[in-house]
Design a protein around this ligand. Structure first.
Ligand code: 3Y8
Ligand code: NAP
Length: 247
């Protein structure tokens, strides 16, 4: 058995620990989006594969038998490629997926389908907006330059496309005390976030509830059907069964 773990999330790092602890033959794959991705106990590879064909070639060249897609729910292209390549190569695929966040008592959430919906949902009157969506999708917010934007990025950007913006450089996972202080320090009135689920980015939502800050939450992209596990334990059981079957 040789496992390709498509990573880049808190859950992927936890799964990597479990696989390494059992000396399983696995490789951890990053896209190479950040300057210094977190180290892993598993052997790592960094960078795109070159589309579905490149991924299929990698699977064959490295005799991969199982793919675990533990990428972020918004890494939709990677997930689509993994589904297609696993079918083309006849290898098993399992997605380690975290549940979407659901509003609790006291939350002031507005669900929007995509980034354009988030821009449209911002008020016309000047507001103070925490854009907790990283740096790949900032350009559409230029349509509303009247707001102050607080950005949280993993690496310092060369330039920011938004006229009135401050960038915080930090990689999560984040905590409630830190995110509460951040919202208060910048007198934030709105948060724009992706419905990432998981624990690594949830703190800002908890802080928003306590402070009465509105959250504009972007729905996840829809993916083709695939087998899904909700925990590291489930993935390990799935791998165990496969090992018993000797595949
Ligand atoms: C490169 C690996 C770990 C993984 C940590 C999780 C938690 C912190 C929350 C906010 C939201 C955001 C962003 C975020 C979170 C975890 C997790 C998660 C959100 C690293 C990582 C990589 C990336 C890529 C990066 C994106 C950006 C998104 C920042 C490593 C730290 C906003 C997503 O500069 C860029 O181009 C950054 C790009 C994709 C979204 C975007 O569109 O800009 N993540 N994040 C992975 C790779 O190369 O394959 O560098 O160590 C991983 C983590 N990011 O093991 O501790 O599991 O979700 N990452 C979002 O959810 O909205 C921050 O600030 O509140
Ligand atoms: P994406 O848009 O779905 O993927 C774009 C291309 O990046 C893919 O087609 C693939 O290139 C490459 N790629 C993506 N993830 C990869 C991986 N784990 N290993 C190797 N190549 C990968 O991906 P994204 O949204 O930019 O996310 C990139 C990485 O950041 C992923 O690891 C993801 O888990 C992590 N992340 C993303 C977010 C987010 O908000 N999107 C949040 C937290 C973490 P090729 O086609 O050339 O193979």
């Amino acid at each position: 058995m040789r496992i390709l773990l498509l990573g880049g999330t808190t859950e992927a790092s936890s799964l990597a620990e479990a696989l390494a602890a059992r000396d399983m033959d696995a490789v951890f794959s990053y896209a190479g989006r950040t300057a210094q991705p977190a180290a892993q106990r598993l052997p790592m590879r960094v960078g795109g594969f070159g589309g579905v064909a490149g991924l299929a070639a990698y699977i064959q060249a490295h005799s991969i038998t199982h793919i675990v897609d533990a990428t972020h729910p918004f890494a939709a292209q990677m997930s689509r490629n993994a589904i297609e390549a696993s079918l083309a190569c006849g290898v098993q695929l399992l997605a380690l997926e975290r549940k979407p966040w659901r509003a609790a008592q006291g939350d002031d959430w507005l669900h929007v389908p995509d980034i354009a919906g988030a821009v449209a949902a911002l008020p016309d009157a000047p507001a103070r907006v925490f854009l907790a969506i990283g740096k790949q999708t900032l350009a559409p917010f230029v349509a509303k330059p009247q707001h102050f934007y607080l950005l949280r990025l993993v690496d310092r950007p060369d330039a920011l496309p938004l006229p009135n913006a401050t960038a915080i450089i930090a990689r999560g996972p984040f905590d409630v005390a830190g995110d509460t202080a951040l919202l208060q320090a910048h007198a934030i009135t709105h948060i724009v976030a992706k419905n990432a689920g998981g624990s690594g980015a949830e703190a800002k939502l908890t802080a928003a509830r306590a402070l009465g800050v509105q959250v504009i939450l972007i729905d996840r992209p829809v993916l083709p059907p695939r087998q899904v596990a909700g925990s590291v334990a489930e993935v390990m059981a799935w791998l165990g069964h496969s090992a018993e079957r000797g595949v």
